[in-house]
Structure formats: structure tokens, C-alpha cells
Design a protein around this ligand. Structure first.
Ligand code: PEP
Ligand code: MG
Length: 755
């Protein structure tokens, strides 16, 4: 059948006139449906708008019964209109009633119409409603008619977004755009934040949709695409990114799309139909977002994300907007919402104004997560579609403990959370008061509580938490947040600053623990089947001694004239420690030979985090100055349970007899050989678990700074002697191993331990 369309440009011109008229939103919608019906030569044209309660309400119609307006409605997923909303894609049917999803609304009188074309009203990938045309005859609507409808849908989407339709929405329900949304992701960094959304990459809102001069728009598009291509080519050509790896892959994908004729043709087509260049890109982008929502293949989804990002860059290019909000523009209670970001980008925001962070991606061991935790920023990751759901300035609550995110929360929820925040603040104040109090139990057993750190920004926590020192300094963090390999000079400067900031308090450095899940963006990632058990940490250091020696040299320099405590991660055999020690000795000789000062006192130790060491404890203790238990890895390898895999991570309990016996054997061996022993895994920072460690005989623990208060509060209310007397017999043969946790809880209750 021939298209009845009176030219898309003419339609757009008419739409523009309707948009400019000083009439009410309802009158405008009424005019739009008449216009479309005439343009497509359809007997019916209707607009359904999605309400906050998930119902699609008929907002305007030409051809259906007038009294059905604001009375007829469908749920998302119900009928053809509901299906379009649910799937965010058009439906074009010559015989609508034959479709399995068909459900007609008697109040509208639509039974007379056979053919049906509906398109979603989309904005930034979100469905805001559905636009439909119907005819009595059995006809298939043509491609340019679908296009015309989609373009009109964009105009209506802008009316919704601009709040025009709120005026005619039912007060009790409101529109979908301002609907409160609760989403569940993964809690990555604890704490609760209340504030307002700041989009990490703000969507540029295209408001100028309809072009005056299409040739000019086409020229603008061409120029912007050329600039975009050049900037990507420049990035790829610059030496700043590694020859392979994630960054390059993304950029290569950008380049591929930036030169993709199909993509550009689609944009040009939209311009030809009368849209401005930016509106044309937005239209194609909206389509991409909708496809993204339906895509389940992670690889394709990722590529669609890339295409989406690229379209975004192109819009910014066209509208001349800079990337990201300037720090000075941040509100005092900013909650950053983004798809993902690098650790350095988070640092750029500065700690002071950020209340929380929400990411669509982000995993528990990601770099940005590590930095967020170090900065004490409550963080939730893996929140699907949050970027398109949220708008800059929306109120939002982020619960890093439970992984919940509440966008545009209702007042009672906000009050409940505000109370939670106040409660936490009161507790924090209590803990702060404990800061200067000694870490000693009720029965007089003294403890050393230290904190874990990894960046210079962590160091002020020493003072705030009252930690006795840094029990674990993860040196790899500096490497992870850098964009290229830190050279000797940079390492030296970092370690010097750390030691200066720590002052009198000791710092235990750990040599680079890279590999496994700790990847460096600029270092070629090696494909390994089991990276956690692969070429990582000290293994890599011993095979590439240049790397390790540079670090050792930087540490020796930085600590010249002071104390240096250094330990090695992932040691599986005593021999490996001795090799590492030999490297240190060599470096010391080298420095001496060249007349450099060296540290006054050097103590070398290792982390016990590979179970093989449990059977070499005595030999090991002969060679080391101290040991530190890395319970995160030790437990992962002990129980063969991947620490990052949420399916299995909680399958076994570290407070089970087997693991507690293993820990006890370490304390016993260390005590017997008079070797200082500490534990620096996450176990040390959880009060009940820390209590178990006390019962086993640990007297030195290192944990996240925020955990110091709760652990100290526990210690100061604990009778360590009584606890050991209760706990240790349970580790003997013949006891049920499942209820150690309960034994400890009961003990805490009976003896009033503050947990
Ligand atoms: C550990 O494994 O317990 C540890 C402290 O090291 P990381 O968490 O850095 O692997
Ligand atoms: Mg470890």
C-alpha cells in the first residue's frame, strides 16, 4: 500500500506550531492526535501515558469514544498497548485481534478497528507511554509512518519530561516520571546516605527538537562526528593506554561505531525528516537504550552500552557541553549516580560533598569500590538501569549495608532513614569517645588495634579512629588508581608521605599484591583459568624481580633513618619468603654501597593466607620477624570458596571448628617461637568474629578504620579469660562444629558484651 504520509517535515512543522500555541497541555495533546490521525490517514490516534502506579491511562484520542479519555486504562503488559510499554518496541499489525496479546477496551469502542500501529513514548530508554494509530481496513503501516509516530512520541516525551502533563494527571497517582522507585543492588561500602542525585555523566537534555534548516543540521552532524572521530583516534594513538586491555577494547568499540555507516545513516535519516542534529542522535540513542533493556547477552549488552555512551558524547559534542559536573557545582549532599567510574574519577569529586555512590556496575573488589570504602562513602553497585531512572536533583537514599536504593522516596521512608542516620551518628560519636581509651579487656588483657589502609587519603583515619598504627598497607592500591605504572620516584614519594603522615605510629607495608582480581588498567591482563590461584602477588614479584626490587628500593629509601616493616603476600612455601628476603638484602647492600641511608630497623614478615603454610608453621617462624593472617584469602583457599562469588561466598562460616582450629595453630606456633602475630582480614573488623579471635589468643588485630570503634567497644566489655575457657574446649574433638557462632552469641549475652 502507498504511504498516506504528507511528508515528515510537514508533520514536524505542524507539531512545532502546536507546541508553540498558548494552550493547555490537554488541548495540545488533543491537537496532536488529530494531527497524527490526519497525517497517517488513520481513523484513530490515541495517547496512553504511564502513571506512577504502573497503569497506562488514555490521555487523548481522535476516533475512540471521547468519554474514555482519562477513564480507560491498561496495566503494563496487558493488551497490545501494555505489551508495547513492557517491551519498549513498536508493534505493527494488519489484524490486531489475531495477536495473542490482544485485549480490547469496550469503553473505547475500538472493536471496529483491525489494523494497529503502536510505538513506545521513550525518554532516555524509559517508557513513559504509548502512541497508537488504528484503521478499520487491514493494512500494514509503512516504515516512514512508524518513523513519523516515533518522532511524535519524542515530542510527547518532552511534554511529559517538562512536567506539562503533571497538571492533568490524577493527583493521587501522578506520572511515572516522578514515581518513587526502590531498587536492590549489592551493598559495596557500608553506611547510609541521604541526598540528591548528581549524574556522573549528566544526560544532556535535548529540548530543541525541530530543525529550521535540515542542511545546516546535517553539516553540524558531520562536523561533530569528525571531531568525535578525531578525539577517539587521538586517544587510541596516544601512548597513555596499554596496547591491550579493557580501556583499549572500549575505545576500539567506540571507534568502530563512530565509523559505522549504518548508525550514521539512521541519524541522517532522522535529520532528513526534520529533527535537529542532537534530536536525531537522541532518537537513535533512545532506540539503542530500548534494545539494551531487552538484551540479555552480556557481550552485546556491553557493546550497546558503548554505543549509548558514544551517542551521548556526540550529543555533548553537538551542544558544546563539557564532561561531568564541575566539583564546585556539586550540592552539599551529592549522591553520585553513574554506570561505572574509575577510582581516580571518584577521588576527583573530593570526599567532603559526597554522601553516597550508586553504580549500575561495580563489584565488591572493583577499584572504585576499594577507594569508596577507603573514603567511607556508602556505596551500592549493580543497580540495573539506575542511570536512566534517576534525574539530576532527585531525592535519593542509599543504604550501603543492605544494598537498597530509594529514588524519590516517600516522606515516611525518608524519615525512617533520617532516624537511622541519626542513630549511626550517635553510635559514631560514642565510638569517637572511645578513641583515646585503651584497648583493654575487663580482665586487663591489652590489645593492639590497628587499621588497614591503601592510599594517602586513608591516613587521617589514624587520628580519627585512634588506631595504634597501620597493620596492613595495601601498596597495590596506588598502582590500581594510577593511569600508568608508578615509577620509582612516585613510589618513593608516596611511601615517604605515608610514613610522614603516620608519624610515630608504625606502618606495615605489604609488597604488591597484584594479579588475580586486582588488575592494573595499563598492564596487559593475562587470561588465566583460576586467577586467584594464578600468577599473582609474590609469585609475580619473584618472577619479575625488577618490579619487586623497585618497590623494595623505594620503601628502603622512604624509611631511611626510621623503622620499616614489610610483609609479602600469598606465600605458599618458606622458600619463597627466603627468596624475597634475599632481594631485600641485595637492595640494602646496593644502597649501602652507594652511600645511601637505610632504615634503622627492618622487620620482614609474611601473610599467612595459603593453607600450605599451616603445615610449615614451625620452620616459617624461625625465619620471620612477624606474621599476619590474611583471613580473607586463607578462608577462601581453606574451604575452596571464592571470596568474590556471591553464590558461594556465604556458604561456609569462618566461625566453624575447622577454621578456628587452623587459626589457633597459627597463634600457638607464633607464641611458642615468640613471633608477633596479627590478623588483618575482614574477620578482625566484625565484633563477634573479633571476639572469637580474642578467645583463640590473638592480641593484635588490624581492620578497616570504621570497625575500630565497634571492636574496641566489644573488647572493653569482654572478659577474655572467661571467653577462652568457654571457647577452647569447644574446639576439642567430639564437639558439634556447627554452633560456635551461637556459643559466642550466648556468651556475649550472658556476660553483657557490647556487640
Ligand atoms: C586477606 O587476604 O585477608 C588480606 C588481608 O588481603 P587482601 O584482602 O588484600 O587479599
Ligand atoms: Mg589476601
Amino acid at each position: 500500500m502507498r504511504s498516506n504520509l504528507a511528508g515528515p517535515r510537514l508533520l514536524l512543522r505542524r507539531l512545532r506550531e502546536v507546541m508553540a500555541e498558548p494552550i493547555t497541555a490537554q488541548e495540545r495533546l488533543d491537537k496532536i492526535v488529530v494531527l497524527i490521525a490526519a497525517n497517517v490517514v488513520a481513523e484513530v490516534c490515541s495517547v496512553y501515558i504511564l502513571r506512577a502506579d504502573g497503569v497506562l491511562e488514555l490521555y487523548a484520542t481522535e476516533g475512540l469514544k471521547r468519554e474514555a479519555v482519562h477513564n480507560a486504562s491498561l496495566r503494563v503488559g496487558q493488551g497490545l498497548v501494555g505489551l508495547i510499554a513492557a517491551e519498549a518496541r513498536p508493534l505493527n499489525l494488519p489484524n490486531a485481534s489475531a495477536h495473542p496479546g490482544f485485549a480490547y477496551l469496550p469503553e473505547t469502542g475500538e472493536e471496529a478497528y483491525n489494523s494497529f500501529l503502536g510505538v513506545p513514548i521513550l525518554r532516555a530508554g524509559r517508557t513513559l507511554g504509548v502512541l497508537v494509530v488504528q484503521n478499520q481496513s487491514h493494512r500494514t503501516y509503512l516504515e516512514d509512518e512508524v518513523e513519523a509516530l516515533q518522532t511524535t512520541a519524542m515530542v510527547i516525551a518532552e511534554m511529559v519530561a517538562a512536567g506539562e502533563l503533571e497538571a492533568i494527571a490524577q493527583k493521587a497517582t501522578g506520572l511515572d516520571l516522578s514515581r518513587p522507585i526502590s531498587a536492590k543492588g549489592a551493598g559495596l561500602s557500608e553506611g547510609v546516605g541521604l541526598g540528591h542525585v548528581v549524574l556522573h555523566e549528566p544526560r544532556v537534555v535535548v529540548t530543541n527538537l525541530i530543525a529550521e534548516d535540515s542542511d545546516r543540521e546535517k553539516a553540524r552532524l558531520e562536523a561533530a562526528i569528525n571531531r568525535l572521530r578525531l578525539s577517539i583516534d587521538d586517544l587510541l594513538a596516544s601512548g597513555e593506554i596499554a596496547a591491550t586491555g579493557e580501556h583499549r577494547e572500549v575505545l576500539e568499540a567506540y571507534r568502530m561505531f563512530a565509523y559505522d555507516r549504518g548508525w550514521i545513516r539512521k541519524i541522517e535519516e532522522a535529520i532528513k525528516n526534520g529533527l535537529t542534529a542532537e534530536a536525531a542522535v537522541e532518537k537513535v540513542q533512545s532506540d539503542t537504550r530500548a534494545r539494551m533493556l531487552r538484551q540479555t547477552d552480556p557481550y552485546l549488552r556491553e557493546r550497546l552500552h558503548d554505543l549509548d555512551d558514544l551517542a551521548h558524547r556526540l550529543i555533548r559534542e553537538l551542544m558544546g557541553r563539557e564532561h561531568g559536573p564541575g566539583v564546585s557545582e556539586l550540592p552539599q549532599d551529592a549522591i553520585i549516580v553513574g554506570r561505572n567510574m574509575g577510582a581516580a574519577e571518584l577521588l576527583d569529586y573530593g570526599r567532603d560533598r559526597i554522601r553516597a555512590l550508586v553504580l549500575e556496575e561495580g563489584g565488591p573488589t572493583g577499584h572504585v569500590t576499594i577507594v569508596a570504602r577507603a573514603l567511607g562513602i556508602p556505596t551500592v553497585g549493580q543497580v540495573d538501569e539506575i542511570v536512566s531512572l534517576a534525574d539530576g536533583g532527585d531525592a535519593i537514599i542509599v543504604d550501603g549495608d543492605t544494598g537498597e536504593v530509594h529514588l524519590r522516596p516517600a516522606a515516611d521512608l525518608e524519615n525512617a532513614y533520617a532516624e537511622k542516620v541519626r542513630f549511626r551518628a550517635r553510635r559514631q560519636a560514642q565510638y569517637r569517645r572511645l578513641r583515646t581509651k585503651p584497648s583493654v579487656t575487663k580482665d586487663g588483657v591489652e590489645f593492639t588495634l590497628q587499621m588497614n589502609a591503601g592510599l594517602l587519603v586513608d591516613l587521617p583515619h589514624l587520628e580519627e579512629s585512634g588506631a595504634a598504627g597501620v597493620g596492613l598497607f595495601r601498596t597495590e592500591l596506588q598502582f590500581m588508581v594510577a593511569s600508568s605504572f608508578p615509577r620509582m620516584r612516585e613510589q618513593l614519594s608516596q611511601y615517604t608521605q605515608i610514613l610522614d603522615a603516620a608519624g610515630e605510629r608504625p606502618v606495615t607495608f605489604r609488597s604488591l599484591d597484584i594479579g588475580g582480581d586486582k588488575v592494573l588498567p595499563y598492564l596487559r591482563a593475562i587470561q588465566e583459568e583460576n586467577p586467584a590461584m594464578g600468577w599473582r602477588a609474590l609469585r609475580l614479584g619473584l618472577d619479575r624481580p625488577g618490579l619487586l626490587r623497585t618497590q623494595i628500593r623505594a620503601l628502603l629509601h622512604a624509611a631511611a633513618g626510621r623503622d620499616l616493616k614489610l610483609m609479602f603476600p600469598m606465600v605458599a612455601e618458606v622458600r619463597e619468603f627466603l627468596q624475597a628476603k634475599a632481594l631485600v638484602d641485595k637492595e640494602i647492600k646496593h644502597l649501602r654501597r652507594h652511600g645511601h641511608a637505610i632504615p634503622e630497623n627492618i622487620r620482614l614478615g609474611l601473610m599467612i593466607e595459603v593453607p600450605s603454610l599451616l603445615f610449615q608453621l614451625e620452620e616459617l617462624m624461625e625465619h620471620v620477624d612477624f606474621v599476619s593472617v590474611g583471613s580473607n584469602d586463607l578462608f577462601q583457599f581453606f574451604c575452596a570458596v571464592d571470596r568474590g562469588n556471591t553464590r558461594v561466598a556465604d556458604r561456609f562460616d569462618p566461625l566453624s571448628v575447622g577454621f578456628l582450629r587452623a587459626l589457633k595453630s597459627i597463634v600457638d606456633a607464633a607464641n611458642k617461637m615468640h613471633v608477633p602475630v596479627t590478623l588483618c582480614g575482614e574477620l578482625a573488623g566484625r565484633p563477634l568474629e573479633a571476639m572469637a579471635l580474642v578467645g583463640l589468643g590473638f592480641r593484635d588485630l588490624s581492620m578497616a578504620p570504621a570497625a575500630l570503634g565497634p571492636v574496641k567497644a566489644m573488647l572493653r566489655t569482654l572478659d577474655a579469660g572467661r571467653l577462652s575457657a568457654r571457647l577452647l574446649p569447644r574446639l576439642e574433638l567430639g564437639h558439634d562444629d556447627r554452633n560456635i557462632r551461637d556459643v559466642l552469641k550466648r556468651f556475649a549475652e550472658e556476660t553483657d558484651v557490647a556487640l
